[in-house]
Ligand binder design. Structure first.
Ligand code: SF4
Length: 462
């Protein structure tokens, strides 16, 4: 995505999901809309809502932001008592309307709607088997494979069907689906992508992040456990735990960057973990400087932690244009040279003549940080010391995160000193892997594969 003067140099989350079961059937689609609204940071390309009314499913989905796709009339038409919603940013499957979710299909016994966050590592194999058996697939997304398998095994009962599907598919998946009179949530056996449960006065919510529960007035109950299946119907909520052991592997990048800071994920406050990362970073890589600034907003919590720990005052140094949406108009080289800055600008008063510590959460290709160091120096910073609140990204992700090829990852082919030179910083330090784990207050249970190449399961060769 083009994003201001430079292309966005962050890893991108692929999706956010929400599912609501309500005994009070008014406004369920509006509630889902607000839930999706709070998950918009997890995907901005397309979105959709499907509502189940006594087994019949109506839906609306389209390209664009939640606020662009839905209006009052559309939402009024989506009536029922069970709904699921999805926001998507994707590289798995092209960016087109037919790949938007939820995916709604008719099968022998009725309608199914399903929304998926994650990525299957064996979807291609299953897709080939289904196609050889004559199944016509209409999209290029993994989600269709899951829906097809659920429909195929439904004759064994929904619990058995989902268990059977979980035996076949491999990868990361947090799912919400509705069929018959049920809302169902499923988290993959490694718990790579997050999923949590909340309670409404007269119903339940299942969502990617707890910030969605807060937004719609639901009380957080707990996270869905890795491999757990949650079935909600008129009788209440039923949990089917996973009975085979898997190494828990929550994506650590959720805590570093993807999740909203006000979310609690697997018992960890995202904000506090980020702030702690800044504190540990300050201890690991001391520096003499006059001011700590952040790359807003992703580096701000860590910058505050760095400042508190080091005693170097925190100040605003970069101002973000909060009204920049998605722009596909790229300035020409000539305009670039004139310094068109759509997204970030320097607050010169706070950095001129100063030794600046610049804190950000991660470096992917290195393009953005190099540009930021340049504009800080042009604006009069005496020194720029870059501090990154995560280790160098060295390996691609296969679990639903958009990472460039390995050769484009600046951390994969360069030492820290080489990167420092490339980004023109006076010094550069990353948080250590041990330091990163410490930020969570736990001993482990995370996928760290983009830092250490240790994937929680076999992945396709690049
Ligand atoms: S490889 Fe990195 S981005 Fe992908 S799931 Fe693991 S920690 Fe998250």
């Amino acid at each position: 995505m083009y994003n201001g003067l430079v292309c966005s140099d962050k890893l991108n989350e692929e999706c956010g999901i929400v599912g609501i079961y309500s005994n009070d059937i008014q406004d369920i689609s509006k509630l889902t809309y607000f839930g999706l609204y709070s998950l918009q940071h997890r995907g901005q390309e397309s979105c959709g809502i499907a509502v189940n009314n006594k087994g019949k499913i109506k839906y609306c989905k389209g390209m664009g932001l939640v606020s662009e796709v839905f209006d009052d009339d559309v939402l009024k038409n989506l009536d029922g008592n069970i709904s699921i919603g999805h926001v998507r940013y994707s590289t798995t499957g092209e960016s087109r309307a037919s790949n938007a979710q939820p995916l709604v299909v008719k099968y022998k016994n009725g309608d199914i709607a399903l929304a998926h966050n994650g990525n299957l590592v064996n979807a291609r194999t299953i897709r080939e088997i289904l196609e050889e058996e004559g199944v016509v697939l209409q999209t290029t997304i993994d989600t269709e494979v899951i829906v097809n398998l659920i429909a195929r095994y439904h004759k064994f009962g929904i619990e058995s069907a989902i268990k059977k599907v979980m035996e076949l598919i491999r990868g990361s998946y947090a799912l919400v689906l509705t069929m018959g009179d049920m809302l169902i949530g499923v988290r993959d056996p490694y718990g790579i992508r997050p999923l949590c449960i909340g309670k409404l006065k007269k119903g339940f919510v299942i969502a990617s992040e707890s910030c969605a529960l807060d937004t719609i007035g639901a009380d957080f109950i707990r996270d869905v456990e890795p491999g757990e299946i949650i079935i909600i119907d008129a009788k209440g909520m039923k949990s089917i735990p996973y009975d085979k052991w898997c190494k828990k592997s929550l994506c650590i990048f959720e805590l570093i960057y993807f999740a909203r800071p006000d979310s609690i994920m697997d018992g960890i406050s995202v904000y506090l973990a980020r702030k702690e990362a800044g504190r540990i970073l300050a201890r690991e890589s001391k520096v003499d400087a006059d001011v700590v600034i952040s790359v807003p907003d992703s580096g701000t919590a860590a910058a505050i932690g760095f400042s508190e720990e080091s005693g170097i005052p925190f100040s605003e140094g970069l101002i973000k244009n909060r009204y920049v949406g998605r722009t596909f108009i790229k300035p020409s080289q000539e305009l670039r040279e004139q310094g068109v800055r759509l997204k970030l600008n320097v607050l010169k008063e706070n950095i001129k003549g100063k030794r600046v510590v610049l804190v950000d959460d991660s470096i992917v290709r290195g393009t953005t940080i190099r540009w930021i160091v340049d504009i800080l120096k042009s604006a009069g910073a005496k020194e720029v010391h870059v501090r990154i609140s995560s280790p160098p990204v060295k390996y691609p992700c296969f679990f639903g995160i958009d990472t460039p090829e390995r050769k484009q990852l600046i951390g994969a082919k360069n030492t820290t000193e080489e990167i420092r030179k490339l980004i023109n910083a006076d010094s550069l330090s990353y948080l250590s892997i041990e330091g990163l784990i410490k930020t969570t207050g736990k001993n482990g249970g995370f996928c760290l594969a983009c830092f250490n190449g240790d994937y929680p399961m076999e992945v396709p060769l690049e």
